[in-house]
Design a protein around this ligand. Sequence first.
Ligand SMILES: NC(=O)C1=CN([C@@H]2O[C@H](COP(=O)(O)OP(=O)(O)OC[C@H]3O[C@@H](n4cnc5c(N)ncnc54)[C@H](O)[C@@H]3O)[C@@H](O)[C@H]2O)[C@@H](O)CC1
Ligand SMILES: [K+]
Length: 489
Amino acid sequence: MQPLFLRTTLRAIETRALAAGLPLMERAGLAIAQFTHERTDLERRILVLAGPGHNGGDALVAAAELTELNHAVDLLCWGAETRSDTARVAYEQFLANGGRLLTALPRYANWQMAIDGLFGIGLNRPLQGDWLSLIERINTCDLPVLAIDLPSGLCSDTGQILGAAIQANWTLSFIGLKPGLFTLQGRDHAGEIYLDTLGLTSENLAGANAQLVNQMPATIARLRRPRHAHKGMFGDVGVIGGGLGMVGAPLLAGRAALLLGAGRVWVSALAAGAPAYDPLMPELMFAPVDQLLEPDNLAALVLGPGLGTEDVAVEALRQALAGAVPLVLDADALNLLAAHKPLARQLTKRRAPAILTPHPLEAARLLGCDTATIQADRLQATAELVKRYKACVVLKGAGSIVSDGKQTYLNASGSPALSSPGQGDVLAGMIAALLAQGLSAIEAAQLGVYLHGRAGDVAEQTGTGPIGHTASETAQFARRLLNQAVLAL
Ligand SMILES: NC(=O)C1=CN([C@@H]2O[C@H](COP(=O)(O)OP(=O)(O)OC[C@H]3O[C@@H](n4cnc5c(N)ncnc54)[C@H](O)[C@@H]3O)[C@@H](O)[C@H]2O)[C@@H](O)CC1
Ligand SMILES: [K+]
């Protein structure tokens, strides 16, 4: 895991470091120059783009250093509102070393690489006019780009594109990693991400706003099984859903729960005439909804996959919320919470754990806003959901966010292979299985989301994705990943 920092936190860290006399811009510029030097030769020119702020200052230091290293460098330097002394000195040195200054991009050019130092964490409004055209032009040049700190145009906190954003091959980020690199549009723009703390120690870097989950969580150690294991030790999971036409949804969740290690799994599909067994996974058991809602029968209950919003669904959710079984609420259970205030009140008063797993549209319904508002600041939206519903929340989408208010995680695994039907049902079942095996709500949500994402990554690596990968396969890949990780402990 790696700490993630919002802009305000980074500013405070920077201020303290500068007060202690650390030459941050020099270090940043030299690191960029070194990174570039290692990936280029002296034959072809390098393009450096410097914007009006300190991100541009980093670029100027890099440009000057590259000329010191005998590279031929073209510099496009727009705006100079907040140049520091360091940046001014670097600019003079660049010119003295024979660096070439451009006022606009020539129509034809043959650079081997570009360095993007237009904007960093100081971008605070949508880009317009010449900035937009410049970024669009760079993106169509088929030119390898190294972004300084983050791709220009990307919002550091949210991953939103403010007008247009540089499509980088690499991002060399400074001091700390930013959430915007990993959520929403961030991953599609940042390329390979590197971090240089500029010499700041972990003591200097206290106060992270979230943690990036980019490796298997240590909680898997708690899933190791003794030789004398029996199924009664791993918890019973129930799944309630499956209204008319949607019977497959609870089956997907139930199968995923079994594959992720739940001791036993019962499914209850509400639709009249729903099948009473699963021919593909006959290990699943079926029971009437009342049986699954009886107190103390289960270690975890998934409610929502294909549930529908009929009275019977409302009543099932009311009873589930009144009970003490840890809940995973997905899909229509979330829509019901949004539509029925008494149910939402019941949830906020509940003592036992509940995990809500909304996608952005469901999150928008839960918060009474639109999807764009959720996506504009996914961390903030998650925090609001946690506060309003007093539950652990998984906000799905590229860079899923998991939070219980005390701990906040941004998940780094995941692939477009997961944008296929039934993936939410599978995730809910996986999380329930982990709850049933004794993980806390936040632990189960964090691990389930990471495993689900990794399964998507593996799908891409092994050719079942990104096109046509199915949710059922995700559960199977996740099982393999979990077993491999547990056995390697
Ligand atoms: N402060 C420091 O000491 C350090 C800063 N560093 C670098 O500096 C960056 C932050 O520097 P700044 O705070 O100067 O911010 P930026 O360099 O990201 O940009 C701020 C400048 O851009 C302008 N601006 C913002 N949005 C705009 C828009 N949409 N259209 C046109 N102009 C716009 C602002 O008016 C301001 O002049 C970091 O990302 C990092 O690259 C690093 O060198 C480390 C040390
Ligand atoms: K940049």
